[in-house]
Design a binder for this molecule. Structure first.
Ligand code: V47
Length: 366
């Protein structure tokens, strides 16, 4: 990848231990350094300062209601045109049924995202949220990326704020962090020129925070981006978090090339995953949580990430599709016991959390 061996970052570890904020140039050094020992130690220091040895997870399910999408992002294997092999959509009844299965399996959160569908009306989205919330009021509904919020605004002729207020009234609880990719105009021009743009992604999250939603932020790494663009992405998230405090977790997403227009690219290795987790932990000093999304990074690497800055293992997931369309070899879901074992192997204490990181149970069971 783009990392090159340069100097020690022991001085940055000292700075981090003193509680000082890192600069853009220092972020670049963290991406380039061969001194991963200092990098991981510094990131683990921040992780322990914020979260001790706790490692969070939740019992959740992904619900990807349709993969039919009007856009054609080069990194995506999930989106299909209607009539394509593998294109699917779910009726509202099917969605409610799946949410019911979720409740029966003890899950506390449903994470809902889909493609940019050409014909669903505005009311379909509100009805989806309202119907789940009415049937299962205790399930936390984390739904719709900034890109879908933008679509809903265009569909309804309403502002982002009005759309978010409608969704809140319908029962939506928080927003996931997808669609950010790398917040760089150059990267978007190359990979997804027609999609909700970087400035808009940030403005939608800002509006969501103002409306009272908490949200997450992702960064899709390992494709055409430069390390300068990764650092700028982190700085833009940090600046918005300084303003609103509305982000809960940062989630570095490892690009899976299979079945995408970029399939000639190799997938980055575990070392790059751990570096992105660690640099994210160090640059985002105002984020409480860094998520190791095991679906994409692999269960063992997610375990190792818990000692390189990450404090959150995501959840049981049950039925992930976006990364599996792009060739992910991980399971589509795991049992809580598997997560406990991996967290303990990392020397951490498993803590089941709710969607807003309130502790539900410190796990002592075997
Ligand atoms: O927005 C698309 C990315 C995202 C590929 O907020 C790909 O808690 C890898 O945002 N290889 C969706 N990634 C996933 C996401 C997410 C996941 C887990 C937790 C949370 C959260 C959010 O997946 C998309 C896009 O950036 N993506 N294609 C691919 N080929």
């Amino acid at each position: 990848m783009q990392t090159v061996e340069t100097d020690s970052v022991a001085d940055l570890e000292v700075k981090v231990r003193a509680g000082e904020r890192l600069t853009r140039d220092e972020g670049l050094r963290l991406y380039r350094t061969a001194d991963v020992e200092s990098l991981y130690r510094a990131a683990n220091f921040v992780r322990e300062k914020k979260n001790g040895r706790r490692a969070y997870y939740n019992v959740n399910m992904h619900l990807n209601y349709s993969n039919i999408c009007t856009d054609s992002c080069m990194f995506c294997a999930f989106g299909k045109k209607r009539g394509d092999e593998g294109a699917y959509e779910m009726s509202l009844e099917e969605i409610y049924q799946r949410a019911g299965y979720l409740k029966d399996s003890g899950a506390a959160e449903v994470h809902i995202v889909g493609g940019l569908h050409p014909d669903y009306p505005y009311e379909y989205y509100l009805e989806m949220i309202r119907g789940i919330d009415q049937r299962y009021p205790n399930i936390h509904i984390k739904a719709f990326t900034a890109v879908e919020i933008d679509l809903l605004a265009k569909l309804s002729g309403k502002s982002w704020r009005e759309v978010l207020q409608d969704l809140k009234a319908a029962g939506m609880d928080s927003m996931p962090g997808g669609g950010a990719e790398v917040l760089s105009d150059r990267v978007f021009r190359k990979l997804c020129p027609d999609k909700t743009q970087p400035d808009e992604w940030l403005a939608i999250h800002k509006t969501a925070h103002e409306v009272g939603f908490r949200s997450n932020a992702t960064m899709l790494f390992g494709h055409v981006e430069k390390i300068e663009e990764r650092v700028d992405h982190l700085l833009r998230l940090r600046a918005l978090q300084d303003e609103t405090g509305g982000f809960m977790a940062f989630i570095p997403l490892r690009f899976h090339p299979e079945n995408t227009a970029l399939q000639k690219l190799p997938m980055v290795g575990a070392d790059e995953v751990l570096r992105n987790i660690a640099v994210g932990r160090l640059m985002l000093d105002n984020f409480d949580h860094i998520k190791a999304y095991w679906i994409q990074v692999g269960l063992e690497t997610a375990r190792d990430a818990l000692n390189c800055g990450a404090d959150d293992f995501d959840g049981t997931v049950l039925d992930e599709r976006i990364t599996h369309f792009a060739g992910a070899r991980t399971p589509i879901g795991v049992q809580q016991q598997d997560i406990w074992r991996l967290i303990r192997e990392a020397g951490c204490v498993p803590v089941r959390r709710d969607s807003c990181y309130n502790e539900v149970e410190v796990i002592t069971a075997a």
